[in-house]
Design a protein around this ligand. Structure first.
Ligand SMILES: *[C@@H]1O[C@H](CO)[C@@H](O)[C@H](O)[C@H]1NC(C)=O
Ligand SMILES: *[C@@H]1O[C@H](CO)[C@@H](O)[C@H](O)[C@H]1NC(C)=O
Ligand SMILES: *[C@@H]1O[C@H](CO)[C@@H](O)[C@H](O)[C@H]1NC(C)=O
Ligand SMILES: *[C@@H]1O[C@H](CO)[C@@H](O)[C@H](O)[C@H]1NC(C)=O
Ligand SMILES: *[C@@H]1O[C@H](CO)[C@@H](O)[C@H](O)[C@H]1NC(C)=O
Ligand SMILES: *[C@@H]1O[C@H](CO)[C@@H](O)[C@H](O)[C@H]1NC(C)=O
Length: 536
């Protein structure tokens, strides 16, 4: 069938669809997915569908500043959905969508083609960054915005709260922030009365951390745990097999997992990429008798041919050229018929989560407490009490430098904004934005210096304001925030002033904008110019 005819057919299907023909929602019971209405088990026959997102690490630390929302690109959806349908895909994974964009046309095209969606909640510039992890008001607004924009579509299965954030032993603490994001996004879905949609995590397959990451997201309070696990896994290359590839070991590791697990990306191309053609012999294994009781299918990486050569198809303007990989995957996925169970006759046996990983050199994220829930009201109330605030025009580099400076000063001025994932200790304002956090630290120092005018300057970055005066509702807001996350150690004791920002997990203040937080240190020039005094 020609492209234009396919598009035409799909377009008319959309017109006919209306609201009534919406796809049956997918629900989770135990460690499996099911169609809600008839209880037939659902296996993801998925394709990663977003241009400009790289394999094995898309998202978290990408320097990409822009992205094209594939669910708002009507021309792209119109062009590609017929091909996704021809492939036999029943789900796509998108990595970064724009919550303010209109998704109705693409979602209707997908719905008409019988295709579901799992989307990541972040975007390259606004996601949980492993180098300086946070779960703050801006991320919360982004994540809940994505949920709001997709919740109305019955073909949305759920979301990933993070992608490959902890990808080696240097970044284990970052998982605490992802888990807080999971907790809060799940709670948000419930609070809005949306139909059940899962919130999961997409992990890479790093041997040094994968077992602890998997345990961590499936341990502790159920309300903090992921609803599903996605594995980005590239172990099976060319003509491998179930045992040699490592798949047998991965399958054994997930037999006891209490929520669905699936491959969030797969398709090693070291022995033939998009144009040369992969064999996709792993597909028969993934949906076969060894793996289908444990894994609910997966997403082949990826629809679009890009420089990394993982594409099933090459697109140019409104035209699509299918590559060797296209037919190979289409054939492989058409041949699978996983044995399944109906929801009504399925009694989950994996009803208990994992034990939380032991804290130590190999795991630096406490399972409790987790970082606080971002709450702009707390930040705004806190700001209204301050008499020394940071300039709002500071750039990220300047903010990092200023944190490095003020956090080292007497009185532990950063106690209210510090984060220590291994201790599970988080200042109540650690979820506020960078300017708010810095203002809090400046003000704490200033107050500790008996409001000496010279103590609120910081090279012109700080200024004295008449405290706006907290609204009466603020006292209870602040009391609640500081009750669950006390400001520890802001006693003004000089002993705390020599604390260093070492490698053991403490982060000072916000560095989302700046990249890495600088080490705490006193710079004599900054002290001279900013403070008018010399510390020895
Ligand atoms: C259950 O519903 C789904 C989608 O509505 C359909 O694909 C599937 O074939 C149905 N199962 C049975 C056993 O009819
Ligand atoms: C983790 O990855 C980063 C960046 O690739 C690297 O600098 C660091 O050394 C790695 N840590 C370990 C423990 O391998
Ligand atoms: C699977 O695990 C066993 C036991 O730890 C190990 O000996 C074997 O090498 C692993 N297989 C692969 C392919 O990694
Ligand atoms: C950030 O601000 C500082 C101080 O105003 C300035 O010196 C620096 O050039 C700025 N950096 C960037 C990247 O804009
Ligand atoms: C973070 O907490 C751990 C565990 O309590 C502690 O050992 C470590 O020193 C703390 N890190 C910093 C920088 O205070
Ligand atoms: C951070 O908060 C301050 C004060 O509440 C606000 O003026 C500013 O716009 C915020 N910055 C960002 C980047 O949201």
């Amino acid at each position: 069938m020609g492209k234009s005819l396919l598009s035409l057919l799909t377009a008319s299907a959309v017109l006919l669809t209306g609201a009534s023909a919406a796809l049956d929602p997918i629900v989770i019971k135990g460690s499996k997915f099911f169609y809600k209405t008839n209880g037939t088990q659902f296996f993801i026959k998925g394709v990663a569908y977003q241009q400009g997102i790289s394999a094995n690490g898309g998202g978290a630390t990408s320097s990409t500043t822009d992205y094209v929302d594939p669910l708002a690109d009507v021309a792209g959806c119109t062009r590609d959905v017929p091909y996704l349908k021809k492939l036999g895909a029943n789900t796509i994974r998108t990595y970064a969508i724009d919550p303010t964009a209109d998704h109705s046309q693409c979602m209707a095209l997908l719905d008409a083609a019988g295709i579901y969606v799992i989307s990541d909640l972040g975007e390259p510039d606004l996601s949980i960054n492993r180098e300086s992890p946070e779960w703050d008001t801006a991320l919360y607004a982004r994540y809940t915005g994505v949920v709001d924009s997709l919740a109305q579509y019955s073909n949305v299965i759920g979301f990933f709260a993070g992608n490959e954030v902890t990808n080696n032993l240097s970044y284990t603490g970052a998982s605490a922030f992802v888990k807080a994001a999971v907790r809060d996004t799940k709670a948000y879905i419930v609070s809005k009365g949306y139909r059940p949609m899962g919130v999961g995590y997409a992990a890479d397959d790093d041997a040094s951390v994968r077992a602890n990451v998997a345990a961590y997201f499936n341990c502790g309070d159920v309300s903090d745990q992921i609803d599903f696990w996605g594995y980005n896994i590239y172990e099976w290359c060319g003509d491998s097999n179930y045992v040699e590839s490592g798949y047998a070991n991965r399958t054994a590791e997930f037999t006891g997992y209490s929520v669905p697990a699936f491959f969030a990306e797969y398709g090693c191309n070291t022995q033939g990429g998009g144009a040369a053609g992969r064999k996709f012999t792993e597909v028969a294994a993934l949906y076969g008798p060894d793996m289908s009781p444990v894994f609910s299918g997966g997403f082949v990486y990826e629809y679009f041919e890009e420089t990394n050569d993982y594409g099933l198809a090459s697109v140019s303007g409104s035209s699509v050229s299918t590559l060797a990989d296209f037919g190979a995957w289409e054939t492989a996925i058409a041949a699978v018929s996983p044995s399944s169970v109906n929801a009504a006759s399925y009694s989950p046996t994996n009803t208990v989560g994992q034990a939380c990983p032991t804290l130590g050199p190999n795991w630096q994220a406490a399972s409790s407490p987790l970082p606080p829930t971002p709450n702009q009201a707390v930040c705004s109330c806190m700001m209204s009490t301050l008499s020394c605030v940071a300039s709002t025009s500071l750039n990220g580099t300047a903010i990092s430098q200023l944190f490095g400076e003020v956090c080292g000063y007497p009185g532990n001025p950063c106690a209210g904004v510090n984060r220590n994932a291994s201790a599970g200790s988080y200042g109540p304002y650690s979820m506020c934005n960078a300017t708010e956090q810095l203002s809090y630290a400046f003000n704490t120092y200033y107050k500790g210096q008996s409001s000496a005018a010279g103590a609120c300057n910081f090279g012109g970055a700080a200024s004295i304001v008449k405290a706006a005066g907290a609204a009466s509702s603020c006292s209870s807001v602040i009391a609640a925030a500081t009750a669950s996350n006390p400001v520890a150690g802001s006693t003004g004791s000089a002993a705390t002033s020599s604390k260093k920002n070492d490698a053991s997990g403490m982060t000072f203040g916000s560095s989302l904008l700046a990249g890495k937080v600088l080490a705490v240190g006193f710079t004599v020039t900054a002290i001279l110019s900013g403070m008018g005094m010399i510390l020895l």
